[in-house]
Design a protein around this ligand. Structure first.
Ligand code: GLV
Length: 309
């Protein structure tokens, strides 16, 4: 196979090409070159690929996305119908997302943020003991990442539920299907979003959703900014319905300096780092899939375009 690596955002594209070539010595891996002659690539490894990719690489049969979310890929102008899209299923992301969620969950449930203030006053002031039953976690999304997040919270004995289109079971968590969203929200205080962005999930973190949560709720969004209706979150923070939020993804990235989220003490902003694709694991996963494709075997992670993930 000839494989081209094409990304507008990747700061070290040569390192990716090198790692892919090392993992796939029997194939040819090269860097996308907008100036060079039209290519003969059979597959492309992409993250925010350049606009000219499809016109210049007419033989492409596979597009391997460096991320789990393919929302941006699906709306690329010129994306040929016949290209098989493959999303990253983990690439080291799931465990990082679990860490991220545990961090913000525990800061809330243990009130750990308050001790810094006490320390500044040299005050020895133990807060109340934790009551895990008071912090039921609800994870939206039961794929590789949602499951890992849910299991991590369950391992620390928080009551955990997962909600997904399919109602998929996750060990240690209570599973809710699509039609059971109201029941899922009603038992949830810490709402974690790990859903793919689709026409059905856009704007799902809105006032109607927040108002169904348990009182004094907390919201963690580690999926896409478009899942969240920013004005609704701010209104629910003001009304006290939601106590705070940890947000890692935004409609516009980087988040503009003038955005109200930056200065809001109830919101913790992180720059889309909750679950990064780690080069070694990502390359291993893509190499395994390339080899399976060449052997004519089925692969997982193939995007269903009608479902949008
Ligand atoms: C990151 O946002 C991803 O889609 O993997």
């Amino acid at each position: 196979m000839e494989i081209v690596f094409a990304s507008r955002h990747e700061s070290s594209p040569h390192a990716w090409v090198h790692a892919l070539q090392q993992a796939l010595p029997e194939h040819r891996v090269r860097l996308w070159d907008a100036e060079g002659p039209a290519g003969q690539a059979d597959a492309a490894v992409v993250w925010a690929p350049p606009a000219g990719l499809f016109a210049r690489e007419p033989r492409l049969k596979y597009l391997f996305n460096l991320g789990a979310g393919v929302d941006a890929l699906l709306t690329l102008p010129g994306l040929p119908d016949a290209v098989t899209l493959v999303r990253m299923e983990d690439g080291g992301m799931a465990v990082q997302m679990a860490e991220y969620v545990l961090h913000y969950l525990i800061r809330q449930s243990r009130d750990l943020g308050r001790y810094a203030g006490f320390q500044a006053q040299a005050a020895w002031r133990p807060l109340d003991d934790i009551e895990r039953e008071a912090w039921p976690v609800g994870v939206m999304g039961a794929g590789v990442m949602g499951a890992r997040v849910a299991q991590a919270c369950a391992a620390l004995e928080y009551p955990v539920a997962v909600w997904s289109r399919s109602g998929r079971e996750v060990a240690g968590a209570q599973a809710y299907g699509q039609a059971q969203l109201p029941q899922f929200l009603a038992r949830t205080r810490v709402l974690v979003n790990v859903l793919p962005l689709t026409d059905d999930t856009r704007g799902i973190l809105c006032r109607a959703t927040f108002e169904q949560l348990r009182p004094d709720a907390y919201v963690i969004n580690i999926a896409r900014g478009e899942h969240l209706v920013a004005a609704d979150l701010l209104a629910c923070l003001d009304s006290g319905r939601v106590r705070g939020a940890a947000l890692d993804a935004f409609e516009q990235e980087p988040l503009p300096p003038s955005h109200p989220f930056w200065a809001d003490r109830r919101i913790e902003v992180t720059p889309h780092i909750a679950g990064a694709s780690l080069m070694g694991l990502t390359v291993q996963q893509i190499a395994g899939k390339v080899r399976a494709v060449v052997r004519g075997e089925p692969i997982t992670g193939v995007v269903d375009r009608a479902r949008q993930y």
